[in-house]
Design a protein around this ligand. Structure first.
Ligand code: HPA
Ligand code: ZN
Length: 355
C-alpha cells in the first residue's frame, strides 16, 4: 500500500534541475554505467538550497538562487569546501535527505547510471546536531525506492572528514556501526593536504574487519605519497581522484599492474584548478598508461554537470572517441562493488547498446 506521507511514496522528481549556466545540454551519451564518486551533499542544487531553507526556517547568507550560483567559482578545494559546508545548513530532517538523494537518483538514471555508489559526510551533519538516524534513514529510503522508481541500484559509502582527525573518525565509525547494514563502505574526504591517509590506519582497519569496503580520496591536491599510503596503509580498493599519481612513474606502474580503479572527476578537476582547462585533462594519458580509470561527477551541483556532462566534456574537450567512452563505462561497472552476476548483466547491456 502506498503511504503518501512516507517520503518513498511521494511523486518522483523527474524534472531535470536547471543548469547553473543555463546553457543547452550537450549530446546525451547515456551508456549503461556506474557512478562511483558522487557526494550526495554535492548534488544539492541552488534551488533546492532555497526550497529546503524555507521549509526548515534556515536563514541563508545568499541573496537568492542567482547570487548563490554566482559563487560557484573556486580557486582550489578549500574554497569549494567552504561553500559546500555552508549550503548543507538547510539539510535537517530525514525528508530532506530523502529528497536530496531522490533528486540525484532521478537525474543520474537519465544519464544511463544503472548503479551508483554514493558518498555522504556523517560528521558534516552530526556536528550540526542532525541525528545520524535522520541522515541514514532518509538516504536509505531513497536508495531503496530507486529500484522501482528509476530502475537502478545504489549503495552508500560513509566518508570521514580527514581534517577532523582520526579520533573523530573513530567516533563516527562507532555510530555508523549501529547502521552497519545501511552502508557498503567507508571513504575519506574533505581537505587533503596536511592530512595523510596513514593517520586513519586504525579506523580503516576496524572498518575492514567489519566487512566494509574501503576507498579514499588521494592525489587530488595531495602528493603521490598519499596514494601510496592509501594503498599500503589503508588498503583501499579504489582511489578517489588519484590524478596526481601521474607524477610518480613507479606509482603508475603499481596502479596499472594491480588495476586499482581510479574514480576521476574531470569537471571537478577543472573547477578546483587541479587542471587548468578540460583540454589539458590527463584522462587520455591515464588510459594510455593502462590505468583502470572511471569517470564521475563528484559534486555536480557545483561543478557544472552530472555524469554525462563529464563524458561529453571529455569527448569534446579531450577528443575521446566512442571506444574510449565505452572503455570508461565498462571500467565503472568493473570497478563497482556489485556482485558478479549483476555486474555481468550490466556489462552485457553495455556491449549490446548503440552509440
Ligand atoms: N575532495 C575532497 N572532499 C570532497 C570533495 C572533493 O572533491 N567533494 C566533496 N568533498
Ligand atoms: Zn570527491
Amino acid at each position: 500500500m502506498r503511504d503518501p506521507t512516507h517520503p518513498a511514496d511521494r511523486p518522483a522528481q523527474l524534472d531535470r534541475p536547471a543548469r547553473p549556466d543555463g546553457n543547452a545540454q550537450p549530446d546525451r551519451l547515456a551508456l549503461p554505467k556506474a557512478e562511483l564518486h558522487v557526494h550526495i551533499e554535492g548534488t544539492l542544487e541552488a534551488d533546492m538550497v532555497f526550497r529546503l531553507g524555507a521549509r526548515n526556517g534556515v536563514r541563508l547568507p545568499f541573496a537568492g538562487v542567482e547570487d548563490l550560483r554566482a559563487r560557484y567559482s573556486f580557486s582550489n578545494l578549500g574554497s569549494f569546501l567552504d561553500l559546500y559546508y555552508s549550503c548543507m545548513a538547510v539539510l535537517r530532517t530525514e525528508d530532506d535527505f530523502f529528497d536530496l538523494a531522490d533528486a540525484y537518483l532521478a537525474r543520474a538514471s537519465k544519464d544511463g547510471v544503472r548503479h551508483a555508489e554514493i558518498f555522504f559526510d556523517p560528521q558534516a551533519h552530526t556536528s550540526r546536531s542532525v541525528p545520524l538516524e535522520a541522515v541514514v534513514n532518509g538516504l536509505t529510503s531513497a536508495v531503496s525506492a530507486a529500484r522501482s522508481r528509476y530502475g537502478m541500484s545504489a549503495g552508500l559509502i560513509a566518508c570521514f572528514l580527514r581534517d577532523q582527525g582520526p579520533d573523530a573518525a573513530m567516533d563516527t565509525l562507532d555510530q555508523l556501526l549501529h547502521h552497519r547494514d545501511a552502508i557498503i563502505g567507508v571513504g575519506l574526504d574533505s581537505a587533503e593536504v596536511g592530512y595523510p591517509p596513514a593517520l586513519f590506519a586504525d579506523v580503516f582497519s576496524r572498518a575492514r574487519a567489519q566487512g566494509l569496503h574501503c576507498v579514499a580520496h588521494a592525489g587530488e591536491e595531495g602528493p603521490p605519497s598519499y596514494v601510496w599510503e592509501a594503498l599500503d596503509v589503508l588498503r583501499v580498493e579504489r582511489i578517489d581522484h588519484g590524478v596526481r599519481s601521474l607524477e610518480d612513474r613507479n606509482l603508475v606502474a603499481r596502479l596499472a599492474d594491480e588495476q586499482v580503479p581510479l574514480t576521476v572527476c574531470p569537471l571537478s578537476n577543472v573547477r578546483l584548478k587541479v587542471v587548468e582547462r578540460i583540454e589539458e585533462h590527463p584522462v587520455a594519458a591515464m588510459l594510455e598508461a593502462g590505468l583502470a580509470v572511471t569517470v564521475n561527477s563528484d559534486d555536480p551541483a557545483y561543478f557544472g554537470g552530472y555524469l554525462d556532462d563529464n563524458f561529453a566534456a571529455l569527448a569534446q574537450g579531450v577528443g575521446l572517441d566512442s571506444y574510449a567512452l565505452r572503455t570508461l563505462a565498462r571500467n565503472s561497472l568493473q570497478a563497482s562493488f556489485l556482485d558478479d552476476a549483476t555486474r555481468k548483466t550490466h556489462l552485457d547491456h553495455l556491449d549490446a547498446s548503440e552509440d
